[in-house]
Ligand binder design. Structure first.
Ligand code: FA5
Length: 352
């Protein structure tokens, strides 16, 4: 029994097997334990000899167990160290790093241009009071121009709160909370029940500007917007005003800039730089690019927002950021800005 036990212990190749060998050869039901129990039944003169031999056998088995245990533990530790080794020099298949969205970087760039002129950046909530989105801006409940901006109502049965249809309510908020002179710009997200197509999205972005001071005129508006355009698209790009209508400005205008790709010719340029017969893809042959609406702040708006309309005048504008980015980057379909494709973001996100 002793030799069989020692042989089994020596043969154990891992700690699991050794545990089984211990149970079988040194446990309560092992041959040696049973023999030990039978000593009492032997004739007295044989007991001493039997006890001695069984004791020696059990000692040898326990020694073998301890020896094997030590060897297997060392082996186990070494194996774990090898198995758990991390090779930090191996190349990884890490996911590619994303990029900041072009609307984010574009909005920040525009904000920086105004901050550099000493303007402040203002903010407002996207869920806006109907009064601030419309009424304060001279768009009363029955004003026909309310339908110019198709509106998402927070609760269609209970008017009062809207998803803002433009960034212009931030004008009203700024006038109500500040005292002139006021110079604020506000890039932000706006919502309209427009179709989702290559040039429209029900969610898009505008940048609002508002200047209120003594003696502000349309000329200040033109100068400021010329500076914005040359900062974004390069020096020397002409702009023009076209007469327009907004209830909150009087007079009102649409601001266009000369297409910075065809320089106003409306024609595509070939690889050799010479004009050819095809239309310019950026301005679709128009020669001009529309940026958005603007005008001199209607005195009714100043009064509604607690500003002394006798003493102060102002100008305001609201441009579509997504459309500007389309022109700036030659993006043909506005929906690319809203689809969340990382390849698109990476291609356009790092610069405006
Ligand atoms: C306004 O929203 C006025 N609040 C602008 C304004 C501000 C005028 C201050 C005067 C003074 P309008 O509805 O034209 O104006 O929108 C302005 C710009 O938003 C448009 O020129 C266009 O660039 C952009 N825009 C309008 N609808 C969409 C749309 N569905 N998707 C993407 N861009 C849009």
């Amino acid at each position: 029994a002793r030799n069989a036990a020692v042989a089994a212990i020596e043969a154990a190749t891992d700690l699991e097997q050794l545990k089984a060998a211990r149970l079988e050869h040194a446990g309560d039901r092992s041959a040696l334990a049973l023999a030990n129990r039978e000593i009492g039944a032997l004739p007295p003169q044989a007991r001493k000899e039997a006890g001695k031999r069984i004791g020696q056998a059990r000692g040898a088995v326990n020694q073998a167990l301890a020896r094997r245990q030590q060897v297997l533990e060392v082996e186990h530790e070494e194996r774990m160290l090898v198995e758990e080794t991390v090779d930090v020099t191996l190349p990884t298949d890490r996911l590619p790093v994303g990029a900041r969205h072009p609307v984010t970087t574009g909005s920040e760039l525009i904000a920086d241009i105004f901050v550099a002129m000493g303007w402040e950046i203002a903010e407002g909530p996207v869920l806006e009071a109907e009064w601030l989105n419309f009424d304060a801006l001279n768009l009363g409940p029955d004003h026909p121009a309310r339908t110019m901006q198709d509106t998402f109502w927070a609760d269609p049965a209970d008017h009062g709160v809207v998803l803002r249809t433009h960034t212009s309510p931030v004008q009203a908020r700024s006038m109500l909370t500040r005292t002139p002179p006021i110079y604020i710009a506000c890039p932000g997200r706006v919502f309209r029940t427009d179709e989702y197509d290559a040039t429209h999205s029900p969610v898009f972005h505008q940048v609002e500007g508002l200047a209120i001071d003594e003696g502000i005129t349309m000329a200040h508006l033109k100068g400021t917007l010329d500076h914005l355009v040359s900062s974004l698209f390069g020096a020397g790009i002409s702009t023009r005003f076209r007469p327009s209508y907004f209830p909150f400005t009087e007079p009102s205008a649409e601001m266009d800039m000369v297409c910075f790709v065809c320089r106003g010719t409306g024609l595509a340029t070939g690889d050799d730089g010479a004009a050819d017969a095809a239309s310019c893809r950026t301005c679709r042959g128009e020669g001009w690019i529309e940026l958005g609406g603007c005008g001199v702040v209607n005195p009714r708006v100043l009064t509604a927002c607690g500003i002394d309309a006798e003493r102060y005048t102002g100008f305001a504008f609201g441009f579509g950021i997504d459309r500007m980015l389309m022109f700036r980057h030659g993006i043909e379909d506005l929906r690319a800005l809203f689809e969340g494709d990382v390849r698109f973001t990476t291609a356009f996100g790092s610069e405006i």
